[in-house]
Ligand binder design. Structure first.
Ligand code: HGY
Ligand code: MN
Ligand code: MN
Length: 416
């Protein structure tokens, strides 16, 4: 006799269609998405998600960081809800699936429960966390960080984008600053479905990643200051070229990460050059070093080595070096019970699976601090993400959502 829900599967076509309908909002220039947080496009995507939730009979609440919570009631009003979700904001050259698969995968669970007339003991809440990407307003996972009590809300409101616009003002401008106090909600558990954003699952031929841990992250914003001078008439021996500081520190970051293989990564993705004129030697370069490792000692060691060596490199160039930490979280170990629910679901469904460490950061990394949390991953083509060519198969999306469905419904408890 099959266990309750044993053969339950979500509607893969409906999930796939919803993902691609959402992708029409904030299109990129090469088939992906540019739906950055708190832009008008983000606001439009939120309205679409809210409409879909209400059509599925959910009541939608919004907190003071703009995070959205769409609740399907359970039979036990005293039971804490099982939350399931991710984020709808994208990178400027983002893919269609990063974050969106997790939010719409959660909605698909509700749609399937409605189709089958299944009730659960615990309520289920589908969640869209504001500003997971941290690309427009650093740091990443901002709203889930405030929810988990590790980031101060007023500090978050003061974050500015490249044009000096403040997070709090933009949230109000798009009309998505809710009234609900952030972080008061109590969760029975939180599950997040996400594309792997790396090459492992595809290379290993596995359909499901059972995420046991995540990498920790440090974002160090560095400022190298030299002197802006004429690129033609200034003798080479007199130059104090901040651009050379960037070049040598880029190599230093790579060298540090390569010395901690296979468990570390490092790169510089954000760079602002001032005054950024073709015939002025760079006066100032501001850039963010992104170090990650699932070993805390390794992570802290990389940050320490950068702090130790970068000032001397810049001094030798006649430049100064300053730095500040603008984003951080330690390597999370996800809840063993929730991880086991994910693994059992993959086994019950007969899907190939393997344990995996998440290379990317996710809202689940913060929520893991305040509720039992686990993640489900599906492969992505060539491991490519944070690129408009990001691609997954409909089958991978459906299998990931099936496993999410079983883990969530088993945790929420089927009632008749
Ligand atoms: O940076 C990250 O790991 C995530 O994609 N925001
Ligand atoms: Mn993501
Ligand atoms: Mn991302």
């Amino acid at each position: 006799m099959a266990a309750p829900g044993e053969n339950l599967k979500i509607n893969g076509d409906r999930l796939w269609d919803s993902i691609h309908e959402m992708a029409r909002i904030g299109p990129g220039v090469a088939g992906g998405n540019n739906r950055q947080t708190l832009t008008d496009e983000d606001g439009e995507g939120r309205h679409l998600f809210k409409r879909w939730c209400e059509e599925a009979g959910l009541t939608v609440a919004v907190d003071q960081m703009g995070s959205m919570f769409a609740m399907r009631p359970g039979t036990d009003p005293d039971a804490l809800p099982v939350y399931v979700g991710s984020h709808l904001d994208t990178q400027p050259t983002g893919g269609r699936y990063d974050g969106v698969l997790g939010v719409l995968g959660g909605l698909e669970i509700v749609r399937t429960l409605n189709d089958l007339g299944i009730r659960t003991r615990h309520p289920i809440v589908v969640t869209n966390w504001t500003n997971e990407e941290g690309t427009r307003f650093a740091p990443a996972m901002l709203a889930s960080g405030v929810f988990a009590g590790v980031i101060d809300q007023d500090w978050a409101y003061e974050r500015t984008d490249a044009r000096g616009k403040k997070f709090g003002d933009e949230l109000k401008r798009i009309g998505w600053r809710g009234e609900e106090e952030v972080g008061k909600r109590r969760m029975h558990a939180f599950f997040e479905l996400h594309i792997e954003q790396g090459p492992i699952l595809e290379a290993e031929g596995k359909d499901i990643g059972v995420v046991t841990h995540g990498q920790g992250l440090r974002w160090i914003e560095c400022t190298v200051t030299g002197k802006g001078q004429h690129t033609g008439s200034t003798p080479m021996r007199m130059r104090r070229n901040a651009g050379r500081g960037l070049a040598q520190i880029t190599e230093l970051v790579h060298e540090i990460a390569m010395r901690h293989q296979p468990n570390a990564v490092g790169a510089i993705g954000h760079i602002d050059v001032y005054p950024n004129s073709r015939n002025i030697i760079p006066e100032r370069v501001v850039f963010t070093v992104d170090f990650r490792s699932h070993e805390l000692d390794t992570l802290n060691g990389m940050v320490a080595e950068l702090a130790e060596r970068a000032p001397g490199i810049c001094q030798a160039l006649g430049c100064t070096f300053e730095s500040k930490l603008v984003g951080e979280f330690d390597p999370p170990a996800f809840d063993k019970g929730c991880v086991e629910a994910v693994r059992r679901a993959a086994e019950r469904l007969g899907y190939s699976h393997m344990d995996i460490i998440s290379g990317a950061g996710h809202d689940a990394c913060w929520i893991n601090r305040v509720a039992p949390t686990a993640m489900v991953m599906c492969p992505c083509v060539d491991g490519l993400s944070h690129n408009e060519a990001e691609e997954i198969s409909k089958e991978w999306a459906a299998k990931g959502a099936d496993v999410l469905f079983h883990a969530v419904v088993e945790t929420a408890g089927i009632v008749g």
